[in-house]
Design a protein around this ligand. Structure first.
Ligand SMILES: O=C(CO)[C@H](O)[C@H](O)COP(=O)(O)O
Length: 232
């Protein structure tokens, strides 16, 4: 069991992958105005995943437009360490890297912390969750992928829920994120499993009422946290 670190709360991080990228700043602002707790910014290098998005120059342009927003960088890049300093200098708050993209997880986390960011670690669907055990105390969050990373709008993989259940059972205070196909149809499964940091892309971007969707996602998670605390 991990030592108690904080009270868990439900947090919603819209993924801007399927937004109108020609209006990225206004899409980000629209999500913040709708109640986003943080922004999940997907960085893809065309090597670790078969797609390309954007890098630190875009983050640097976004930062002054939204000085108080929390930027979580989902770094789908290999090697994972490659962009730590640049992202920190551009205004990123959290650097979530992939376990599969580094030979040295503790070294990568150390560099992220030295650069002044929080550290998150993510695993692809094919990676066993137990590989993370030695690193949980080093990182701020774990992000469980419920799609193959690379594209938004894919089908949610419900068979990833045991990974979240495993983490919640063993690390009761850990911030556990879930990413890929999370919507009003799949949030209950994520909440029941124990996820509290909810990344949602298409479901928010395509909604006419992202505020309402965010509120429902958050309430579902908060209800589940409260229920599990009562059961303890
Ligand atoms: O990391 C990602 C894909 O690699 C995205 O964050 C994720 O897919 C979110 O989009 P959606 O909710 O549409 O699945």
């Amino acid at each position: 069991m991990s030592s108690p670190r904080k009270c868990l709360s439900g947090k919603i991080g819209p993924s801007i992958l399927n937004s109108d990228l020609s209006n990225l700043a206004s899409e980000c602002q629209r999500m913040l105005d709708s109640g986003a707790d943080y922004l999940h910014l997907d960085v893809m290098d065309g090597h670790f995943v078969p797609n390309l998005t954007f890098g630190h120059p875009i983050v640097k342009c976004l930062r002054p437009k939204m000085p108080n927003a929390m930027f979580e960088m989902h770094m789908m890049v290999e090697p994972a360490e490659r962009w730590i300093e640049d992202m920190a200098a551009s205004g990123a708050n959290m650097y979530t890297f992939h376990y599969e993209a580094t030979q040295d997880v503790p070294g990568c986390v150390r560099k992220i912390k030295e650069a002044g960011m929080k550290a998150g670690i993510s695993i692809k669907p094919g990676t066993k969750v137990e590989v993370l055990d030695p690193f949980i105390d080093l990182v701020d969050t774990v992000l469980i992928m419920t799609v193959e990373p690379g594209f938004g709008g894919q089908k949610f993989m419900a068979d990833m829920m045991p990974k979240i259940e495993y983490l919640r059972e063993h690390f009761s205070n850990l911030d556990i994120g879930v990413d890929g196909g999370v919507s009003l149809d799949t949030i209950q499964m994520c909440a029941n499993a124990g996820a509290n940091m909810i990344v949602s892309g298409s479901a928010l971007m395509k909604s006419d009422n992202p505020r309402e969707v965010m509120q429902t996602l958050r309430n579902t998670v908060e209800d589940s946290i409260q229920k599990s605390q009562l059961e303890r």
